[in-house]
Design a protein around this ligand. Structure first.
Ligand code: FAD
Length: 318
């Protein structure tokens, strides 16, 4: 039985894992996070539950639409709305208990090693090896899927001995990401947030604001504010207390008469690729091994893009 190691239990890694396992491959997924989901991230604050990464997702392609229909049937996912400012007829989905519900459902039955950070990737005599910072081996197999955001992927390759060809290497190094600073706030009272509990903006200080209670994932009122990309990049490494206070000020019009109970700043350095690469996956072949590259940077900066890329990576390895 062919064994494949998958680095990353985000949507791309889980999608690749499901596809390979369904075709009879042995799959082992490794992630540094305590839970699955990557940028599909749900956390608790006070008594509330908040999504602080991806807020919702849509389905366009047949395969993702089918998978999401199964997740809906299993109770992991449900429709949130059909548009925010205006209805366009396309369902926007949410995880039933937050966005990680989709990832948890997809992870069912997959062999998973969580809380393990890979420092570098090496190939030697037909084996891909994942190594820890102290040089200890974490896992090895004849092939691998790597789904870390590209700058992190390149670090893993550079510290090890994986060398994509010159054209791919230059495309990878030329891929930049936008950042997102998120303000998470538990509030008391009724904020100024329109139905259905989500507001999307093309300009202004925030790109998205969610009321996680109205979204249906939190019993306690809690809001997520995603700061716009230029601000997020500019202020990313500045004093977090100052940035936190600034975001609280900027949130005032939507807080309205409600009051802050507790709040937190969350930072996403690699929130999404500015310009995704043209193909959903690329193969690096060396020392008799195959390494498929996947993630939202290869098929679009969205949940469905990550899913599609993971599936393409798995198909390339079958
Ligand atoms: C703030 C924000 C808002 C968003 N909003 C939306 C939205 O509303 N709708 C939408 O469709 N998309 C949205 N997205 C994008 C969506 O979340 C991503 O496109 C998708 O989740 C990416 O999945 P992925 O598997 O490619 O990467 P990730 O989810 O990042 O998975 C990569 C995994 O690799 C692991 N990893 C990395 N390095 C290592 C290492 N060295 N060792 C071990 N593990 C490692 C990470 O822990 C992570 O779990 C948003 C993203 C952010 C950040």
């Amino acid at each position: 039985m062919t064994k494949t190691i998958i680095l990353g239990a985000g949507l791309a890694g889980l999608s690749a894992g499901r596809c390979l396992q369904a075709q009879g491959h042995e799959v082992h997924i490794i992630d540094k996070g305590r839970g699955v989901g990557g940028r599909l991230a749900t956390r608790r604050l006070g008594g509330a539950r908040l999504d602080h990464g991806a807020q919702f997702f849509t389905t366009r392609g047949e395969l993702f639409t089918e998978t999401v229909a199964q997740a809906v049937e299993a109770g992991a996912v449900s429709e949130w709305c059909r548009g925010f400012a205006e209805h366009d007829g396309y369902p926007r989905y949410r995880g039933t208990d937050g966005m990680t519900s989709l990832a948890k459902w997809m992870a069912t039955g997959l062999d998973m090693q969580l809380g393990v950070e890979v420092d570098r990737i090496e190939t030697v005599e037909g084996q891909v090896q994942l190594l820890a910072a102290n040089g200890d081996p974490i896992a090895h197999a004849e092939q691998a899927v790597v789904t870390a955001p590209i700058p992190q992927m390149l670090q893993l390759f550079d510290r090890g001995n994986v060398r994509p060809d010159a054209e791919l290497d230059s495309a990878l190094r030329g891929t930049s990401y936008f950042a997102t600073l998120a303000l998470l706030a538990v509030v008391d009272g009724k904020p100024n947030i329109d139905e259905p509990g989500g507001m999307q903006f093309d300009d202004g200080p925030f790109t998205f604001i969610a009321d996680n209670k109205r979204k249906g994932i939190s019993d306690v009122r809690a809001l997520t504010f995603h700061a716009e990309h230029d601000y997020s990049l500019r202020r990313f490494d500045d004093d977090p207390d100052q940035v936190h206070a600034e975001l609280i000020d900027q949130a005032a019009p939507w807080i309205g008469d409600a009051t802050f109970v507790e709040s937190q700043l969350k930072k996403w350095r690699y929130a999404g690729p500015v310009t995704p690469l043209p193909k959903p996956t690329y193969l690096v072949e060396q020392d008799g091994t195959r390494i498929a590259l996947a993630g939202d940077a290869f098929a679009g900066p969205k949940v469905e893009g990550a899913f599609r890329s993971g599936h393409a990576a798995a198909s390339a390895l079958l």
